[in-house]
Design a protein around this ligand. Structure first.
Ligand SMILES: [Zn+2]
Length: 288
């Protein structure tokens, strides 16, 4: 556990999946990324799905940032991505600190790609039928422009958005939109950071106190292997914007001690950095 200000922070691994290594590193050739990460016979690398759990005991506020791939998978699609989802991971993490899933007050939906928030809904009964909300009592925070984009994705990213992941949110009355380019502070000790390189209006919670800031970096920096400025995913809609956003995060981490929490690293929940903007060096792995 890591404490920042009012919040206890935990990185909860809800499962794993595999994506093509080439797509994960964009223009970087396999002769380079193949030295940094292992792939299977189909050229796929393993990725975790991580939920950042933040608890403010005084205010009884329990925040989840992202919820993993969820359970709504056919055998064929689950095999394509080697999806493993542990439905009990979040309840178990809450139980370990004396809480339950009913105590979750807020969910930060960084963006609606299936590997980040397929866990928001489940099939009520039959696959392909109606869905139910996994967290019906929690407010679901998402940037309005990402919400709109998810309903009108383009040819490049439409495979990442599955309507059944978010169709039930509006009728469930749980949606809370974050709007504008500089939204206000949602809660004491938390700020919003908005990025655009990976997908429009990705929403990142930032936990702050007087001495540091922890960014849930989402798909700007999926894993520790992406701690190289130019190693940007082919999935990104605006890779040059991702470069600028990564540079800003690296600069803050190296010069001001910001901490970065990953969404997909199989082993490491988060890091502190030194080194250079082009090639940061991990100086600490976070106890989250
Ligand atoms: Zn994504």
């Amino acid at each position: 556990m890591l404490r920042i200000g009012r919040y206890e922070l935990y990185s909860v691994v809800t499962g794993a999946f595999r994506l093509d290594g080439g797509a994960m590193f964009g223009v970087v050739p396999k002769v380079l990324w193949g030295n940094a990460v292992e792939c299977d016979e189909a050229n796929r690398i393993i990725l975790a799905t991580r939920t950042l759990l933040a608890v403010d005991h005084d205010e009884k506020r329990v925040i989840l940032a992202d919820t993993g791939c969820g359970t709504k998978w056919s055998k064929e699609l689950a095999a394509r991505f080697a999806i493993v989802h542990d439905r009990d991971a979040i309840p178990n993490a809450l139980s370990a600190i004396g809480m339950s899933i009913d105590d979750v007050t807020d969910i930060v939906v960084t963006h609606l790609h299936f590997d980040h928030n397929g866990g928001l809904t489940e099939w009520f009964d039959d696959p392909g039928g109606p869905t139910t909300l996994r967290f019906p009592k929690a407010r679901h925070w998402i940037h309005k422009n990402q919400w709109d984009h998810a309903h009108h994705p383009n040819y490049k990213d439409r495979a990442s958005y599955l309507k059944e992941d978010f169709d039930g949110l509006e009728s469930g009355g749980v949606l809370r939109f974050v709007e504008g380019d500089r939204p206000g502070t949602p809660w004491p000790g938390v700020e919003w950071f908005i990025s655009h390189g990976h997908t429009p209006y990705q929403l990142h919670p930032v936990f702050t106190d007087s001495s540091t800031r922890l960014y849930f970096v989402g798909d700007l920096i999926p894993t520790v292997v992406h701690l190289r400025l130019g190693w940007v995913m082919a999935y990104d809609l605006f890779p040059l914007t991702t470069l600028r956003e990564k540079e800003m995060l690296f600069r803050g981490a190296i010069e001001q001690g910001w901490l970065l929490a990953f969404p997909h690293d199989p082993k490491i929940g988060g890091v502190g950095l030194s080194g250079t903007l082009e090639r940061p060096i991990v100086t600490q792995t976070l106890p989250i």
